[in-house]
Write a protein that binds this ligand. Sequence first.
Ligand SMILES: O=P(O)(O)OC[C@H]1O[C@H](OP(=O)(O)OP(=O)(O)O)[C@H](O)[C@@H]1O
Ligand SMILES: Nc1ncnc2[nH]cnc12
Length: 179
Amino acid sequence: MTGLQELLLSRIRDVADYPEPGVMFKDITPLLADPEAFTALTDALAGIAKDTGATKVVGLEARGFILGAPVAVRAGLGFIPVRKAGKLPGATLSQAYDLEYGSAEIEIHAEDLAAGDRVLVVDDVLATGGTAEASLQLIRRAGAAVAGVAVLMELGFLPGRARLEPALDGAPLQALLTV
Ligand SMILES: O=P(O)(O)OC[C@H]1O[C@H](OP(=O)(O)OP(=O)(O)O)[C@H](O)[C@@H]1O
Ligand SMILES: Nc1ncnc2[nH]cnc12
């Protein structure tokens, strides 16, 4: 394990049975409260943005906003929010997707992306992969290309990577940690 990985892992808190019994919730608030760890995380994700040749950063509500916005600023790129349905005021594209239980819907402002854009999706956790998969569909429907997906952590005991694979269409999925 690298020094960066040790630092990041040491600032993630496991909360058992949240938000429901049987779930081990990965709480990133201690990491956000530590400026050294938050800066190191931001720099690592901004490095991925540069390496993938991204022209825009998309963050997934809500924790993906906290991580993605400083990454965009650090990398010198624009930031675009993908929001839960009903929160964006302009003309939107919507994508429904299945969760482990039930379904959800996310939206993007259609005008925020254009042909020629290469988008890096940033989020904290890849679990089942449903949210990230839907975001890639939105990006392509908006006419842009996918530069990759970058997350702080991948839950290795869930099949998120396999679910996301077809939607990635060869673009990289990079997780700083696999837990
Ligand atoms: O891979 P998946 O199974 O789709 O799960 C991962 C998503 O779940 C969490 O967000 P959540 O919907 O809990 O929203 P929040 O960021 O607003 O807490 C997390 O921040 C990811 O966006
Ligand atoms: N176990 C988990 N911890 C934190 N965020 C999550 N999103 C989906 N599953 C999660």
